[in-house]
Design a protein around this ligand. Structure first.
Ligand SMILES: Nc1ncnc2c1ncn2[C@@H]1O[C@H](COP(=O)(O)OP(=O)(O)OP(=O)(O)O)[C@@H](O)[C@H]1O
Length: 458
């Protein structure tokens, strides 16, 4: 990046190149639905399964229902063409959540399931496989309904289903999403409907193009978003109320807070609940430091000193506000650093583009706000800088966010470095609170002493 390029121009150029790459494709992004967006981003960014070593926790409302797990896809007695599709996707063995969820999902009599597992652990593949296995292709009406919170997530799920059903051409699917129309009085003949709640409600109850009572499988993907989002919740409940008594229910989500779990357990009778605990993001392989600074300019100096000295890998810098993020980005790019900025005002496509560039190493530094603190893996990040320490609404230390932020480095057992910039007594207190909370020392670092900085990179 040229020293002379002015930031506004740079931002404009960056924006333009994003637009150009995207061409005319304009997926609308629902800004209010940031959890769904984050989930979509994760799906699009991920290139493999997140393996989990933690144990699965199982609760049964009905202790009589059988429970077992499988180590192979063959053991599930799938339709051979479906099994072929699974292998065609490159899946050799079930993931941890699949091992436990699939036998339950495929069991007879059908068993209701509420499943929770971290993003990327194979939930979508699990319920899609269950959806496809339950179809009786000789019956020409919708038997399986999968609800997703957004258009984009519905399409993602549909694409997984289409791939998995590659060798089962007799299974037909239809999207119930914006842009898809049906005429009143017609009757859908497809076996599987994947859609968003509003459209599904219209089709089922207003246009009556299919009968919710005839469904044998009802899947709620991203159940936490569905239940927590007011509009979605009402629509889902209306759909849910119209299901027949024998319809199998499958709720999947990466997280459920207690209230949502209680609600889910209330509306899913006799369910089995499977939780795959999130792999603890351990701080053990992350060296944590704090640097004392007198204000933003000194913070900036500290960042560039540190980065200039240990800058082998990539760095993510977290700021509290978009304004600070833009200010810092401008300054760094003026100083010749190739930086990328990811803030909440970008559309989903722009974010994907920024992340793609960062992952491919085109930019070494990513400046962001909390939009990126959770769940997105960028393996090669070696340094996380908290330009501002994470605080909650009350101005207190936000230890969860801290853990998520610095968990972006040191992944998969690698060593990582976390640096906290402290510019006030309040910031120092927050730093101390975080230290106490995790019971891990945050060491003092003199950012003007390059010898000392070099040591931390060793
Ligand atoms: N058994 C498997 N073996 C290998 N890869 C798998 C397996 N199951 C799923 N995957 C792949 O792992 C990635 C994550 O799977 P999937 O999208 O099903 O996870 P998820 O838990 O639904 O994530 P999210 O919460 O983001 O929806 C995908 O790229 C998928 O193709």
């Amino acid at each position: 990046m040229s020293q002379k390029i002015d930031w506004a121009k740079f931002a404009e150029e960056q924006e333009k190149s994003v637009q150009k790459k995207l061409g005319d494709v304009s997926l609308s992004s629902n800004r209010n639905n940031s959890t769904a967006e984050a989930s979509l981003l994760r799906k699009l960014m991920r290139n493999g399964l997140v393996e989990s070593k933690t144990d699965i926790e199982i609760q049964r409302q009905n202790p009589n229902s059988p429970l077992y797990s499988v180590k192979t896809f063959e053991a599930l007695n799938l339709n051979p063409n479906l099994l072929k599709g699974v292998y065609d996707m490159g899946f050799n063995a079930p993931s941890k959540i699949q091992e436990t969820a699939l036998p339950t999902l495929l069991a007879n009599p059908p068993q209701n399931l509420i499943a929770q597992a971290q993003s990327g652990t194979g939930k979508t593949a699990a319920f899609v496989l269950a959806m496809l296995s339950r179809v009786d292709a000789s019956l020409k009406y919708p038997q399986v309904l999968c609800l997703s919170p957004t258009y984009e997530l519905a399409i993602q799920t549909g694409e997984v289903a289409a791939h998995m059903a590659k060798f089962c051409p007799e299974i037909e699917m239809k999207y119930a999403v914006r842009g898809e129309e049906v005429s009143r009085g017609s009757h859908l003949t497809e076996h599987i409907i994947i859609g968003t709640p509003g459209k599904v409600l219209d089709w089922a109850l207003k246009f009556r193009v299919f009968d919710l009572k005839k469904l044998t499988v009802f899947v709620l993907d991203e159940a936490d978003v569905m239940i927590a989002t007011q509009g979605h919740q009402d629509q889902c409940i209306r759909i849910h109320k119209n299901l027949g008594p024998n319809c199998q229910m499958m709720f999947f989500s990466a997280t459920y807070d207690q209230q949502i779990m209680e609600f889910a357990e209330m509306i899913v009778p006799d369910s089995i609940t499977i939780r795959l605990k999130r792999e603890e993001e351990s701080l053990d392989n992350i060296q944590q430091y704090y640097v004392k600074c007198s204000g933003p300019q000194e913070k900036y100096n500290a960042v560039t000193n540190i980065y200039g000295t240990v800058g082998v890998g990539q760095a993510i810098i977290f700021c509290h506000t978009r304004r600070t993020a833009s200010w810092l980005a401008e300054k760094m790019s003026k100083d010749g650093h190739a930086v990328a900025v990811l803030t909440g005002d970008l559309t989903v496509e722009q974010r994907i583009n920024v992340l793609d560039r960062f992952r491919s190493g085109q930019e070494k530094v990513l400046i962001t706000t909390n939009v990126l603190s959770r769940g997105i893996d960028v393996e090669q990040v070696t340094i996380v800088v908290n330009f501002d320490l994470p605080i909650d609404m009350q101005g207190k230390a936000d230890c969860d966010t801290y853990l998520h932020r610095i968990g972006r480095t040191g992944r998969f057992g690698k060593q990582g470095i976390a640096i906290n910039l402290v510019d006030s007594q309040e910031a120092m207190n927050i730093c101390r609170d975080i230290e106490k909370h995790f019971n891990r020392k945050i060491h003092y670092l003199n950012a003007d002493d390059s010898d000392e900085i070099e040591k931390i990179g060793a």
